[in-house]
Design a protein around this ligand. Sequence first.
Ligand code: 2YJ
Length: 273
Amino acid sequence: MTRLTHDDVKDISENLQDLEDFLVNTTGRKIKNLACEAGGMWEHAVRPEAFSVAVVPVTSGLGVISKFTESVRDIAIWMGFDAYVTDATDIAGFAEAVEKKADMILMADDDEFVAYNTEARKQADNSSCTAKGYIAALNAVAGTVIGKEVLVVGAGRVGSRACQFLKAKGAKVTVTDIDVAKSYAVAERYPGVKVAEDPVEAIRAADLMINASPAHIDSENIRDGAIISSPGVPHTFDEAAYSKATIIHDPLVVGVSAMIMQSAFYSYTGCRR
Ligand code: 2YJ
């Protein structure tokens, strides 16, 4: 799994308005609207101002990423939540959040990133919510994905969840990965998902794509008019790619906004167990 870097997140807080404008122009949705669609909820299902959201810095593994927790906090505030970064890190930070009666606690280490709803006792996880957020964006730009062929590039955690959710939404899903065994494992897990063994050939034929891979996609392999919803990090699409295709990407906001909304929604769906 790709770990975010300081460079990935350093400008996120300052650029939220630009991202909002970009998403409105390309998808017709604000950050919050996409997050709601990702979770299958309508906008007024959640009252963000009623939630106290704590973001806890985690020092384990490779440690704190400068501006990571601040960016997560600012995404929550952008959507109207009452959010803060805890003074303490790790378990002490968690304890501080509990002490302050946080309704939601977000924490990320090098492998996992969760938004825990303390009232509902349920968590929203970053991989699933990132997949759902980028599917919502693809669905919005394409009109719908129902009945359409969608290629998922990358059979890792986000890519495999994307296959699962796209299939459930009624798309015709093909997965491709340089590691063919990973593609077949996803196809076996989610019946009906097809495998394309040659990623380049598959990308050349694709009109709709979720790119959940860190690998570079060459602009010459992209179809004119393609729609590429791309959570993959690093993001290496060049000018030529942008001139051929509609490409949606940001390293954190689409996934985190979907996590926060999903987690908040648990308080309204009454599912305590
Ligand atoms: O608190 C901090 O500053 C750090 N411990 C943040 C670590 C961020 N983690 C990642 O970037 C991992 N790739 C986890 C992503 C979750 C799965 N999509």
